[in-house]
Every structure is written in structure tokens, then in C-alpha cells.
Design a protein around this ligand. Sequence first.
Ligand SMILES: Cc1ncc(COP(=O)(O)O)c(C=O)c1O
Length: 418
Amino acid sequence: MTETGLQPERLDLDPAPIAPERDLMSKFDGLIAERRALIDTGVTDPFAIVMDEVRSPTVAVIGGRETILLGTYNYMGMTFDPDVLAAGHEALARFGSGTNGSRMLNGTFRDHMEAEEALREFYGTTGAIVFSTGYMANLGMISTLAAKGEYVILDADSHASIYDGCAQGNAEIVRFRHNSVEDLDKRLGRLPREPGKLVVLEGVYSMLGDVAPLKEMVAVAKRHGAMVLSDEAHSMGFYGPNGRGVYEAQGCDVDFVIGTFSKSVGTVGGFCVSNHPKFEAIRLACRPYIFTASLPPSVVATAAASIRKLRYAHNKRQHLWENARKLHAGLKQFGFQLGTDAPDSAIIAIILEDQEQAVAMWQTLLHGGVYVNMARPPATPAGTYLLRCSLCAEHTTEQLDRVLALFAKAGRTVGAIG
Ligand SMILES: Cc1ncc(COP(=O)(O)O)c(C=O)c1O
């Protein structure tokens, strides 16, 4: 008998131990060794942090120490908003902890409809579809929109969920150089005219915090007869007069906007909004929408409440931009090499020499009471090692002064600045 209680012979299993060459897990040996080497240097593992307690959108307890959160994408600080929490509590009490089903079957509750209504109001669109995560929104929309014989044209530095959406679908994939309008134009020009084409862009690229020239790119895409999908995960809430994203700030019209609830909205979930008259058909064909359980009622209730408040959060937007300018200017003045010349977004990336320097700096900051994100290849562009800061509208001037003082000290300790 095996542990499952099944007879090996009845399953036609080879009872002999697995020969090493047949162990499918052996492909991870390199990764395991790399991680072990990192941990053996005695540093805290940057990819295994636990938040013991979260006290506010900007403060948590990590390893017993009160820590300023500067790497959470909680841009608008909505996670502790009293109206958002009240909506979540009410939905939890009224509808229970989960839906037990797909949106297509028993998994659409009052607050899924509320969240979609809140999105239509926020974006001024006729259509909105909520997915279980932003990852699944990209996976679903890209793989469903572009079929066999059609084309997806994407920026080389696209988020993993965009690449995975391409891999899940059957369309031909064409990449263009990061943020290059010229290369996009050239690659579109080489494609046959007839087949359908989807150009996938991001408003803000999360690794370096740089912004896409969406206006020019959308114009190029339209000239070649392509539809455009813009992922505005890192811009929702604080770009454009209504906080819709970079596409709104640059005054361009896109066919589909992808977003997430896991950043400015402050919970979990993903969505796509569109004015396309046939948009609802996506619900009938999109596998990552159909074949998974829907979000818990309390989650969609918090999302709806948060989105409705974000629409009018003009003071928060303003303060978030002030914070981004202050941190960018301070770090630049110290002599750090930054991902962007100007504070173009709420992400500020510090480029470091190698893994050793990045981990040492990250650890010094953490011990000093500041948490930032560490990023390394293959997630980063051009094999860079990065510490990424994301600002929150709730960061205070005092917190940022402390952060800057710590950065100066840590940067000198590890030799990142003179
Ligand atoms: C550009 C972009 N798109 C999509 C996602 C996925 O969002 P979610 O966390 O909701 O799955 C992310 C998350 O980091 C992202 O950065």
C-alpha cells in the first residue's frame, strides 16, 4: 500500500525508487543551490519576509521591529480606510467567507455586481469584468482576444502575466524594444494587413518605474489597424484628472484597460474595462474567468468601496506625487543611480552593482526599520539588481526623512554612493 492507500500494482506504477535522471524536481537544483548560498551568507532572505502585524498602510512589524513599508504598491493607502473596512465586514457577515463557485455558476454575488458598477463609473466605460486577480485578467483577456492566425504585439519588458497570457493563447507573438515607438511601428509594418492584431502596453513599467509614450504608441497601433490593451496596474488612482491611468493622463483612447485591486485599490482581484459593444462576450469564452472560483464577497465589497472613494481622492493623489518627488530628489542628491531621471511614477528604483551589494543594502535598510522590494534577473531589465521603493499617499514627511537618512547611511556602508 502507498500513503494514499492505493495499490501500486493496480495503478501500474513502477515500485522501484525514482532514478535521479527521472526526477522532475532536479531541474530546480540550480535555484535551490543559489538560494542556499544566499542564506548561508547569514542575510535575511529577501524573498521570505513575514509581516507579523500590519499597523497602517505604511507601518508593519517585521521580525519584531516596527518597520516603514516602502515596497508594497499600496499607492493610495486604502487598506485601512474605515469605509472600505466597514464594507468588507458587512459583506462578510451577510454573505459568508466565500462563494464556492465560478462567476458563471453560483459565484456572482451582489458585491461582484457592485464592484463592476464602481469600475464602470470610475472609468466611464460601458463594460467592466472582474477577474480573481490582475494576473488572471491579463491571462484571460490576451489569450481570449487574439486567436490562432492573429497577432499579439508586446513590449519586451512586459509583466510576466502579459507573457503568460501570450503563452496561454494561440496567436503569433511579436515583441518590440521597450518603449520604442519606432520599433513598434517597424514591427507592425512587417505584419500582413488582414489578420487581427492586439498591441499590449503598460502605462507604468514596474521594475524601473518608467512611463510608456502611450499617445504615440496608440497612434501607431491605430494606423496599422491594431486594437490596444493597456495594463494600468501601476497608475490607477493617481494619473489623469480622474485617476484612470497613464492613458487618461496622456489623453489617448485604448480599446481595453486592464487593472488590479492589489495596488491602489488595496485588496485583491483584477479587471478589464472597455467600451466595446461586444465586450460581454468575453464572459462566455474566457477560460481564466470561467474555470475558477470568484472572489470572496468581502473582497469585492472592499474593492467597490475603495474604487468609489478613489474617484474623489484628489488630496491623496496630490500628496502621493509630493512624496514621489521628495524621495526621488533626495536619493538623486545622495548620488544613487536611479531607474528614471525624474519622478515619473510612484515607483523609484535604485540600481545596484550586483546581488551582493543589493542584498547587503536591502538588509541594512530592513535592520534600520525600512522595507523595500528587492528585484533581480530574470524579473529585471538588462540583468540589473534593483531596490524598488513604492510610495504611498499616507507616507508622512517625517517617515520619508527617516527613509532618506537611512538610505544615505546604508548606501555609504555598502559602497553604492561615495
Ligand atoms: C503590470 C502588472 N500587471 C498585472 C499584475 C498582476 O496583478 P495581481 O497582483 O492582481 O495579480 C501586476 C502585479 O504585480 C503588474 O505589475
